[in-house]
Design a binder for this molecule. Structure first.
Ligand code: ATP
Length: 233
């Protein structure tokens, strides 16, 4: 479904990604792990159209989408839950979700809102609450719900468990499990490497802008050398 082939992405003269490749197949849950500053967010941004690679290609469903605008990619079925959530704090839960469904038809939107209320019972209870009053865990669920409102065929998440209390980290990983069980295709960046490897079909390890390892979650979990060196335990 997604093929990132040898991309280079720069900030000025500095290459944050160098000849980096990754694939995500339909129905797969793929993890992307690595230390701070490895380039994980840069990779998601390069796929989602927020950053333009200077080399290499991004192919989505067989079409070359390298450097395409984020809105075009969203309409093509590629959604990103950004780091730090970035929900609209002055708007209600329902309004945030409706914005996420802006690319859907009106009838689809109503159905999707119902689906989100079922998927996130905590949000159903706070439907008319301003998003700024949500807890960190609720806000993360809202950010994921907002992205799901675009009916993505590939959902990318950047550090969904970042800054959450342990019990809410569990909620996020349970949600990833349930999205996986529902056959969704996910590409997830996570600092919480061991948890991510437990739920991922496959994962990649990025360090200093280069892919240094790839394998199934089980294979990478056995690579203790890799954990100590690249992830930090
Ligand atoms: P983290 O887990 O800390 O978010 P990351 O793996 O997502 O790290 P990136 O945020 O992609 O890493 O950053 C990759 C490199 O690019 C880092 O060296 C970072 O300092 C640099 N970088 C990121 N954003 C910018 C920017 N806007 N301008 C200049 N350099 C940047």
């Amino acid at each position: 479904m997604l093929e990132v082939a040898g991309i280079t992405t720069k900030y000025g003269a500095i290459s944050a990604l160098r000849d980096t490749s990754l694939t995500v197949g339909s129905g797969e849950v793929v993890g992307l792990i690595g230390p701070n500053g490895a380039g994980k967010t840069t990779l998601l941004g390069s796929v989602a159209g927020l950053l333009k690679p200077t080399g290499g290609t991004v192919t989505f469903d067989g079409a070359d989408v390298t450097g395409a605008a984020p809105e075009k990619l969203l309409r093509a079925g590629l959604a990103l839950v950004p780091e730090h959530r970035r929900i609209f704090v002055d708007l209600t839960v329902e309004e945030n979700l409706k914005i996420g469904g802006i690319t859907a038809s009106k009838s689809d939107r109503a159905e999707l809102l119902e689906e989100m209320a079922d998927l996130f019972p905590v949000l159903r209870d706070k439907w008319t609450t301003q998003a700024g009053f949500l807890s960190g865990g609720e806000a993360q669920q809202l950010a994921i719900g907002r992205a799901l409102m675009s009916k993505p065929r590939l959902l990318m998440m950047d550090e969904p468990s970042l800054g959450l209390a342990p019990v809410l980290v569990d909620v996020v990983f349970e949600l990833i499990e349930s999205l996986r069980a529902a056959g969704r295709t996910l590409l997830v960046v996570e600092q919480n490497a061991s948890r991510m490897l437990e739920v991922a079909d496959r994962a990649y390890v990025l360090r200093s802008g280069e892919m240094v390892a790839e394998g199934t979650g089980a294979e990478l979990l056995e690579r203790t050398d890799l954990f100590d060196t690249f992830v930090g335990g």
